[in-house]
Every structure is written in C-alpha cells, then in structure tokens.
Design a protein around this ligand. Structure first.
Ligand SMILES: *[C@@H]1O[C@H](CO)[C@@H](O)[C@H](O)[C@H]1NC(C)=O
Ligand SMILES: *[C@@H]1O[C@H](CO)[C@@H](O)[C@H](O)[C@H]1NC(C)=O
Ligand SMILES: *[C@@H]1O[C@H](CO)[C@@H](O)[C@H](O)[C@H]1NC(C)=O
Ligand SMILES: *[C@@H]1O[C@H](CO)[C@@H](O)[C@H](O)[C@H]1NC(C)=O
Ligand SMILES: *[C@@H]1O[C@H](CO)[C@@H](O)[C@H](O)[C@H]1NC(C)=O
Length: 703
C-alpha cells in the first residue's frame, strides 16, 4: 500500500487487523463434502443490499453450527427445528432453549451441490429423516420477478428407513433482521389470510437511513402459505422455541408487547405439521421491503422518490409475497435452467472457474435494485423510467460508484446488458442535467440509497471518462438500443475531449484501485483512456457519423503507437506500471474491453509480451500486488496462453476455497498467505464473469 493513505485505506487497515486476529484460531475441516468447494461464506438470502444473509464458513460450519449473519457480520438470527416422532432436532442457527431438549441434526455429505449460482443446499439427517434445506435467491429475467427483494427457504424431508414418520418443521427469525442496532424498538403483526406472514418494522423508522449498513426503514416479512397444519406464534425467543420443542406445534398467538429487538428477544415463528409421511416439504419466504427504495435528485432540487419495479404490478407487499410463494415451482425451474447454463458456459474454461462464478453471481446481483418513478402527471407508474442502483458495499456505502460498477460490468454483459444501461442512466442523467459542476465524470452519487449527487463537485477527484464511454458503447452494442447514446451524445463527447487531451499522459491520479493511492503516467490507465476514445468513435459510427468515427479512431490508433514507446520497459520485454519506471510492472487489465468489444486496437504483440511476462509471476493464491480478484479475472481474459489463463483461475479458486476466510467473497487478499486483506461482499465480483463473457457470450442478451 502506498502513502498517503486514502480514507478507504484506513478502513482497510482496521480490517487487516481483524483478519490477522481471525487467523489466530484455526478451524477443523468439515466432515461433509462441499461441491464445488467450501466457500468463505455461503449465501443464504441475498437479494438486495439490505437482504443479504450468509453463513460464515472459515474451515467449515454446518447450517446449525452458528448463526447466519448479515454481510457485514451482524447476527440475523434464523432458527430451524424439526420434530421426528416426538424427538426434536435443530437444523439451523444456534438457539439455546433452557428447560427443553433437542439435539443437532447432522450435516451430511451428499452428491448435490452445496451451492449453485442461485441456490445453497444443505442436507442434514435427523434420526430416520433426511432434510434438504434449499435457499434460493432467484436470478430472473422478468423485471417484476427480478425486482422482488425476497428469497426462498424450502425444507424437504424424506424418510431413510422406508417407514413413515410423524414430522413437524419449525422456523423463526428475530428482530435483528430489521435494524443494524439491537436497541431499536420494533413492532410486528401477522397476516393470516391466504398466507401466514409476519411483518416486522421499526417503531420509528428513518427513511433512506442506515445503521451499520442495515436499512433503518421498511419491513421484514417472514411468510409461508397457509394450509393444513400451519401454525404461528410471536413472542420471546425461549418461549416460542420452547413451545415448539415441547408441543411440536405453535398456538397461533401474538405477543403485542412491542419492545426493543434485544428486550426479551421477540421472534417470529412459523411451523408446519407434515403429518405421518415418508416425504414432504414446506416453503418459506424472507424479504425486506422498503418503499420508496431510493431517492434521486432532479433539477430544481426536486427529490424524486423511486420504487422497486415490482410495485407496477402489485398494490401491496402482501400480494407480492403471496405471488412469490405461489411462483416457487416456476422460480425453481428457471433457477435450475440458469444454473445449468452457467455451469455449461463456465466449465468450458474449467470446473474451478465454474465454482468461482457460481459463488459470485448472487453476491454481485444482490447489491442492485431496479427502480421506477411515478408518472409526473396523472399518477401511476412510469415503467419506461428505469434506473438500476448498485450499492458499493464494504469499501464504502456509495451508490453507482463508477469505479465499482465498471469492474462488475462482465456480469451485465453475460446476463443483461440492458440492465447495464439502466445502471449508468442515473449517472448520465445527473451529469447531463447540469447539477454537477465538474466537467469530468461524476464518480459516485453519494451514499446509498440517497442518489443526491455532489452539487459542489466534492466527490473523489478522479476522471473516469474512459469507464463511462466503454460502458455506454458496450451496452449499446450488446443491446442494439441506441437511445441512450443518442440522448447523451454531447456529454459522452465532452468526456472524449478529456481523454484526447489527457489519456496518453495521465495526470497524477487515483486509479480504479484507489486504495493503492495515486501515481502519474499509469500505463494501464492510459490503455483505458485510449480504448475510451475508440469507443466514442464506435458510438459516432452507430449514430451514423462516419467523419467523427474516422477522426477519433485515428487519434486512438496514433495514441496506441505512442503508448507502445512510452510504456515499454527498458529492462525487460514488458509494460511498466508507469512510464519510465523500468523495473515496475502491473496488470494491464484494461486491455480486456479491447478484446471483449472486438476493437483490436492494441497489437497482438502487446498481448503476447504481457502473457510471457506474467508466466512466472504467480504466487500460490494469485498474482502479487494489491489486485482485486476481478482484475485478475479480467487479466486472465487477455492472456494468449490458455494454460496460463487456467493457472490464474486455479490460483483464484485456491484462495476462494482455502478455508482461511469467513466473510462473503473478499476481492482483495494476500496472494501468499491467502488471507483477505479487506473488502467483502462487493458487487465487483461480477467481474469474475469476464471469461464467460469473452469466450461464449458476446452479444447474447436475454433481457
Ligand atoms: C417446556 O417444558 C419444560 C418441561 O416441562 C418446562 O419447564 C418449560 O417451561 C416448557 N417451555 C415452554 C415454553 O412451555
Ligand atoms: C417517464 O420517464 C421518462 C424518463 O425520465 C420521461 O421522459 C417521461 O416524461 C416520463 N413520463 C411520464 C408520463 O411522466
Ligand atoms: C509523464 O510522462 C511524460 C512522457 O514521458 C513525461 O514528460 C512527464 O514528465 C511524466 N510525468 C511525470 C509526473 O512523471
Ligand atoms: C458510413 O459508413 C458506412 C460503411 O462503413 C456506410 O454504410 C454508411 O453509408 C456511411 N454513412 C454515411 C452517413 O456516410
Ligand atoms: C478531430 O477531433 C479533434 C478533437 O475533438 C478535433 O480537435 C479535430 O478538429 C478533429 N479533426 C477533424 C478533421 O474533424
């Protein structure tokens, strides 16, 4: 890490300390098999920046070996019991219930995958019954379904001795799901018609506010369809859990003594009597619904309230949840088909790559929310006014940060380039509105979920023009929808002038790896700028302006020639980190979009030389220096040697599966020790899809 320390670096140092402390206690290897591998943390319900619950692993923790936690580490208690012929077992969480006896179900090895791109699946045995517990966070293409901030929990049982058994399933959540601090007062209620749904909200919510990254408003819903044998109870944890453990059912009663989350811990329980069975199942859904979700600044200091897309279809949260529960079989088959497609595509690289990608998809998409506004006149929803918001997560809580959405772009190219256009729309519209005083690209729109911009232009100083041009062109090319580049052509051209002036000789500035500090003449930054100029040439061409295409492409080509001179090291056949620094080198990951977009701007010799240079640079867990995992993946995509590409991916996979970390996929780590260095749960892991996009999926939009 270089000095001076950026504020983010200070946060990172604190995290390094925590990591070091964590490393002091080692964890035994799990006794069950995990396919594709045992990750640092297993996604359970990951569907929005605020519905993000995980099971930390380290060396391995069973589903009933500890509490599920929010991505940032706070407990989100989630409990499961099963009664089999009157014997009680726990299958999720770490509840303690005095005066009641239960044993832990045993997590087993099994043939199915522990995780796929959309699901985490646990198999546990409880006496003569096996439970398969499936956590499904859908990846949908339907805009209504993809914007529902809800996740499924399915519990299926089967008898292992051929006999029928009396089986009752229990689960609850605590009030911890509704705030980042347990001191806050909560209120709750239970809907009992059509479905059983517990709703939990803060007594004094604060719209658009957060505490420790949790939303400080909205409602948590824990639900199941009503039917025979379904019961519920709200009340103190030991009472509700103790009641189920004693009676294998709940009494359908509500505790209305509203109080603080940690005051005699209220929990929200649901149970189902499956009867005397050899097989059976029960489905639950968990969600956190805020409305509006995001506030966005318009000219005249108008604060536009924006809601999740699904509201255009449903009048109430309850009707949306009931739809979601009834949609499970469709959701599951969509998910299975999607998972299979990802495995098929990613396995063309390697099985290790398929595992990395599967672990990254929910984490990356879960940071986003798709919003719409109300019609300005006449009421109703304006479903043509789509904006996607991404929370930076962990390195910061900012919103649509240009140097965070850019590394994540491969996932949008793989899945839905249209979403990529919705993602850059808030930045383009804001800057085109004249609300931002600087001429260069606004880096971020302030803190999630408040897209209020930076009227004084006091955000991080760093010109990210190349990123915006590459994204605007890439998504327009992939979707064939030119309306966005048409609408913002003047702005895009304004940024291009910056690049024409500055990209070949980059000023002293932060790079995208801004935690690494500032440096002048960064060769990799120059690549991005030159690719950006060429992207504007392509934009002009798409819009029928051949003269500008010819002019800008010849400027870009000329810069490439000059860059080759400036960037070459005098001490070896490779590109330097910055011009003139002969003994330095870095990852030239910004060549990725030269390849992905088929620009062929940089000569093949550059790719070959860089490939040869990296060949002996790998540590056990990856390439040295402070490179996040997304850039490692991007770089693997520019290598001309397939076996080296596979070594890059193997090293990354070795890191992801080494059992030394216990947070949602950290993209920044030490490639010698294999320990995370900072950052967790960031959406940038969408960049891990780079190879999938490159090798198989250019221009195959599904939305
Ligand atoms: C469960 O049964 C035990 C033993 O009879 C009793 O002490 C305890 O209070 C009961 N718990 C509840 C919540 O009813
Ligand atoms: C819907 O949103 C678009 C994009 O902001 C805007 O141009 C249009 O006027 C809006 N329509 C209505 C009816 O408000
Ligand atoms: C950047 O590189 C150019 C071209 O080699 C050189 O003239 C300039 O002095 C360098 N800037 C810095 C700050 O080193
Ligand atoms: C631009 O060039 C393309 C071929 O590269 C040609 O088909 C098109 O007619 C040209 N457009 C104009 C406006 O000259
Ligand atoms: C090419 O673009 C540059 C930068 O915008 C401009 O200064 C120059 O006049 C253009 N040349 C032509 C021939 O249009």
């Amino acid at each position: 890490m270089r000095w001076p320390l950026h504020p983010r670096s200070i946060q990172m140092l604190a995290k390094l300390l925590c990591t070091a402390l964590y490393a002091l206690h080692t964890v035994a290897a799990p006794s069950w098999t995990s396919t594709p591998f045992n990750p640092p943390s297993i996604p359970l319900a990951v569907r929005s920046p605020y519905l993000s619950t995980w099971l930390p692993q380290g060396g391995g923790s069973a589903l009933n070996g500890g509490w599920p936690v929010f991505w940032a580490g706070q407990t989100t208690a989630w409990t499961g019991f099963i009664s089999v012929d009157g014997t009680q077992y726990s299958w999720m969480g770490a509840p303690a219930v005095p005066d009641s006896t239960f044993t832990q179900a045993t997590q087993k090895s099994f043939k199915a995958r522990l995780f796929t791109s959309t699901q985490s699946i646990f198999v546990l045995s409880a006496g003569p019954i096996d439970l398969t517990v499936t956590f499904l966070s859908p990846v949908e293409t339907d805009l209504v379904k993809l914007s529902l901030p809800l996740s499924y929990l399915d519990v299926s049982v089967s008898s292992t001795d051929g006999q029928a058994h009396s089986v009752q399933i229990y689960t609850d959540i605590s009030g911890e799901w509704s705030s980042g601090s347990d001191n806050w007062n909560i209120e709750w209620s239970t809907t009992t018609s059509g479905m059983l749904s517990h709703q939990v909200s803060l007594t004094s919510p604060a719209a658009y506010e957060e505490i420790s990254d949790h939303a400080q408003y909205g409602s948590v819903y824990y639900s199941t369809l009503s039917g025979k044998g379904v019961t519920y109870q709200t009340g103190e944890d030991v009472v509700v859990r103790g009641t189920f453990l004693n009676t294998s059912a709940l009494p359908n009663t509500q505790d209305v003594n509203f109080r603080a989350i940690s005051d005699a811990w209220p929990v929200f329980g649901l149970a189902k009597d499956l009867g005397h069975v050899t097989t059976g199942s029960v489905l639950f859904s968990i969600g956190l619904i805020r409305d509006p979700a995001v506030v966005y600044i318009l000219p005249g200091n108008v604060k536009q309230e924006r809601s999740l897309y699904f509201w255009s279809k449903f009048a109430t949260a309850e009707s949306a949840i009931e739809f979601f529960l009834n949609d499970y079989s469709d959701a599951l088959s969509t998910a299975n088909a999607f998972d299979a497609r990802v495995v098929a595509d990613a396995s063309k690289i390697s099985a290790e790559y398929a595992g990395i990608v599967a672990l990254s998809i929910r984490q990356s998409l879960g940071a986003n929310e798709l919003t719409i506004s109300k019609n300005t006149r006449g009421g109703g929803w304006n479903t043509s006014d789509l904006m996607l918001f991404m929370k930076e997560i962990s390195s910061d809580g900012n919103l649509n940060t240009v140097d965070v959405i850019f590394p994540a772009t491969p996932i949008f190219h793989y899945l839905y380039p249209k979403m990529g256009q919705y993602l850059i729309e808030p930045l383009l519209r804001y800057q085109a509105s004249g609300l931002y005083p600087n001429k260069c690209v606004i880096l971020l729109c302030a803190h999630y979920p408040k897209a209020l911009g930076h009227p004084q232009g006091l955000d991080e100083v760093s010109c990210q023009s190349g990123n915006m041009l590459i994204m605007a062109y890439g998504f327009a090319k992939a979707t064939g929808d030119l309306s966005q580049i048409k609408r913002y052509r003047a702005l895009l051209d304004q940024w291009t002038q910056f690049l024409i002036d500055d990209s070949l000789i980059p000023a002293n500035q932060l790079s995208t790896d801004d935690f690494a500090g500032t440096l002048a003449n960064q060769t990799n930054l120059a690549i991005k700028g030159i690719v950006g100029i060429r992207c504007m040439a392509e934009i002009a061409k798409l819009l029928g302006d051949n003269a500008t295409f010819a002019n800008y492409s010849s400027i870009a080509a000329d810069y490439v020639t000059q860059w080759q001179q400036l960037a070459a090291s005098t001490s070896g056949p490779h590109v330097t980190l910055a011009y003139g620094m002969a003994d330095t080198w870095g990852l030239t990951y910004n060549l990725f979009y030269d390849v992905q977009l088929g620009l062929n701007l940089f000569p093949q010799s550059v790719y070959e030389e860089q490939t040869a240079w990296y060949a002996d640079k790998l540590n056990q867990f990856g390439i040295p220096l402070d490179y996040p995992t997304d850039w490692t993946t991007w770089t693997s995509g520019i290598l001309t040697d397939t076996s080296l590409r596979d070594q890059f991916i193997s090293a990354l996979s070795a890191y992801a599966s080494n059992g030394l970390n216990n947070v949602p996929f950290s993209d920044w780590y030490d490639t010698v020790s294999g320990q995370m260095a900072g950052f967790q749960s960031r959406p940038v892991v969408g960049g891990h899809l780079a190879l999938a996009v490159l090798k198989m999926l250019c221009n195959r939009p599904i939305v």
